[in-house]
Design a binder for this molecule. Sequence first.
Ligand code: RVP
Length: 499
Amino acid sequence: MAFYYDEPSRTFNEYLLIPNLTTKEMTPSDVSLKTPIVKFCKGEKSPIEINLPFASAIMQSVSDHNMAIALARSGGISFIFQSQAIEKQAEMVAKVKKYKAGYVVSDSNLKPDNTLKDVIELKERTGHATIAITDNGGPGGKLLGIVTSRDYRLTRTAIDTKISEFMTPFSSLVYGKEGITLTEANDMIWDHKLNCLPIIDEEQNLVYMVFRKDYDSHKENPLELLDSNKRIITGAGINTKDYKERVPALVEAGADILCVDSSDGYTEYQKETIEWIKKEYNGRVKVGGGNVVDREGFMYLVEAGADFVKVGIGGGSICITREQKGIGRGQATSVIEVARERDRYFRESGIYVPICSDGGIVHDYHMTLALAMGADFVMLGRYFARFDESPTRKLKIGGNFVKEYWGEGSNRARNWQRYDMGGEQKLSFEEGVDSYVPYAGKLKDNLDITVSKIRSTMCTCGAASIKQLHREARITLVSATSIIEGGAHDVILKENDRS
Ligand code: RVP
């Protein structure tokens, strides 16, 4: 007979936190959100800690190099998506590792014999109005000119006009030489009233662009996540199929930590992948596994050598695995059970394996609940997809700005490796949808608000750190009726502008 669990599995929405004593000494700004993401022994420090407990999801519509840079600059970490060619993913990782605040590798480039039509298409795709014109159309080619919206008039310039006829040619450009400091570059921008300054090397090859609009963001970022060489820390996803080729390329490109991207981590495929990496690199390369939803899955990956374990099946906002396959478990129950097992394992072995709650976060308070239930960090897709820094298009639909957001199990992503169960079939049915999410602006602005809510809740719970929250949080189940009580009720709302 099948095994039946005694209790239903539950979601974050069914729980609330109970206040603990808040002391006068504790203020939100004193709350530390630093958290380990790689296993460590009792009394030691985790080899990788992040400054905010957020990871962006391993998804095409969420985590590319731009997201990785923006999130790490705020203190979290991205796992760059793996459902792309190995070289492309390694290139993204390399871009993050090469990133220097204020210096941008140009992502909008064309050749002089491209046309105005190409300019418009590129501008629509990237949203950037400044286009570098190089001999090979790449970001590192010989710089021949720049095109901005000041160089053409859509009403006057024919759509098939070659760029060479209307670009600002190199001879008229103000540029900086490689090695120039950011202060010098910004001085040139101010002195010459420029919007952007291209930086070239000895051979006139384009190296970076420095933009006027970025000036403010060069200020200190106290939580910025940097490695020992002051380079941005980034993660990258891998799969259980091409790992023998993908992992070396990502490690070579500088990835700091990897994570097997799979909807179901309790498999021999995943065990083999993690064991291979641990053996091949003598334990030096850090790799997380998942996803699992119970103690058995957790221990299986721990024994395979996982550095952290990701928890969650079917709770993602774009995920339809539960509908399609009838597989999954309420996210809160999964986190609670896996956290208990993680603590038991720590008590018995002295090894702490961090866990990540992945998917199903709808409100900011769900993040605090996930942490209170024992998660060391949370992975978010929908949340980050809404920001400028996500790789997808921003569109206006029905008068509102939205960003595209699609699941890795959707036809659009075609990430069959994530759902592979062996055999010949390739993504024979979808486990994710293609959708829009409301556009929300800059990552940092939103993250600041979320972080202040979490810090404030932690103060209410009398916890100055995530570790303390794990130990001391008091959590209650709520009835369906009291969930209604939690929102505004029995009043006529004046305006509907609450988020
Ligand atoms: P959410 O934050 O609720 O948008 O969930 C994101 C998570 O959903 C991802 O980290 C991943 O685990 C899962 N996902 C990604 N694609 C799909 C799918 O197509 N079913 N699910």
